[in-house]
Design a binder for this molecule. Structure first.
Ligand code: NI
Length: 167
């Protein structure tokens, strides 16, 4: 796998709509992929990036909300509390923001890059980022939450992205 082959996929790319597979074991290949994803996330100035966004349908994502990178493999949502609404963007749907209601706190389980199982409460922006990236692993995008009004507002931009994804 080389960096030149990896690029951020745009809405319209079938990779973004597939359900990603569980990772059996985090090996050297996964670690290389994770490092590339972290680099790409920083380069694109995003707060998270999921493997399907770079064309790899594995249940892996990375998040950095300004506290350093968090690597998440085979995530599970164990419980949730509260709710919060916020405008959300996505590197695969650039220039589009959708107001999404999500839980305020989530109790999560996942593997880290050393195959160690972690259980952790995440809250606020971290919880939001986790849920956004988890959606990516199940083929879901922010536009799926959009109201008819929002989708009309961004129609031109969405058409542009869609066209570009096929290029
Ligand atoms: Ni996204």
């Amino acid at each position: 796998m080389t960096t030149t082959k990896l690029k951020i996929r745009l809405e319209g790319d079938p990779c973004l709509r597939k359900k990603s597979s569980l990772v059996d074991d985090v090996g050297p290949g996964e670690r290389i992929l994770i490092q590339l994803m972290i680099d790409m996330m920083y380069q694109a100035e995003g707060v998270g990036l999921a493997a399907p966004q770079v064309g790899v349908n594995k249940r892996i994502f990375v998040i950095d909300i300004g506290e350093g990178p968090l690597i998440i493999i085979n995530p599970k949502l164990l419980s949730k509390k509260g709710s919060q609404c916020l405008d959300e963007g996505c590197l695969s749907v650039p220039g589009v923001t959708i107001n999404i209601k999500r839980p305020e706190k989530v109790f999560t389980q996942f593997l880290d890059q050393n195959n160690k199982q972690v259980k952790r409460w995440l809250e606020g922006l971290m919880a939001r980022a986790f849920l956004h990236e988890l959606d990516h692993l199940d083929g879901k995008l922010i536009i799926d939450y959009g109201t008819a009004e929002e989708l009309t507002k961004f129609k031109e931009q969405l058409d542009k992205i869609h066209k570009k994804s096929k290029a």
